[in-house]
Design a protein around this ligand. Sequence first.
Ligand code: IPD
Ligand code: CA
Ligand code: CA
Length: 265
Amino acid sequence: MAYLSPALNVMIAAARKAGRPLIRDFGELENLQVSMKGPADFVTSADKRTEGILIEELTKARPGYGFLGEEGGVIEGKDKTHRFIIDPIDGTTNFMHGIPQFAISIALEREGHLVSALVFNPVTDDLFTAEKGHGAFHNNKRLRVAARKELGPSVIATGVPFMGKEGHARALAEMGAVMNVTAGIRRMGAASLDLAFVAAGRFDGFWEHGLQPWDIAAGILLVKEAGGVITDLNGGEQMMTNGQVLCANENLHPQLLKLLKSTKA
Ligand code: IPD
Ligand code: CA
Ligand code: CA
């Protein structure tokens, strides 16, 4: 059975409540896909509404805690020791295109340390949770990162910049290096789920640049609690400030770090 702290129970209840209208929206999007205006405005309002529901529910249960949300930014709480970090829809482009690979991501920080994490895909009903010191779970199943020791048979996920974002040449150089020595690369489009999939041993590793704290806060704890190694691309701990992430098991992590550092773009 999954270990559920009182805080995780509160986070799950909030995510399930905010997830219900998202399931309806996801159905609606099929119709919007074909309209001229496209679904962009609809999705923007879904993002805002979801974050609103999450903040309302979490505040009811934990009055005084602060927030860092993708849509609303920083909300200072009276309790300076606790903060929720929220991405209401991680994988918006997938959501907008009717691709069921997106998630609500919520992490709880206590005195600057990640202590509870949730990544929830409402459409597939996949719930990933972790509590510091108590492991990571997928629904009720305990998670462990994959055990492969060599890159050859490994599947590695990444995220790449899109139109107008910096880092295209670097992404191509890095993918060139990784695709040369692995069984394959995946670009699924939701960093929180990429990290959850590493925790679940589905991916052997994942790296990306240019991420925001709300993309990765919950996923970092999931990977750590599943026994994985997660750092920035210098091998340091600044993921939440420099937006870089590299994770894998303890055997593959140093191999990937060396490989990515060796690429020049
Ligand atoms: C994005 C996703 C994507 C990653 C982008 C993020 P959003 O978040 O996590 O996988 O490559 O960098 O911005 O915008 O869908 O919440
Ligand atoms: Ca995101
Ligand atoms: Ca988002």
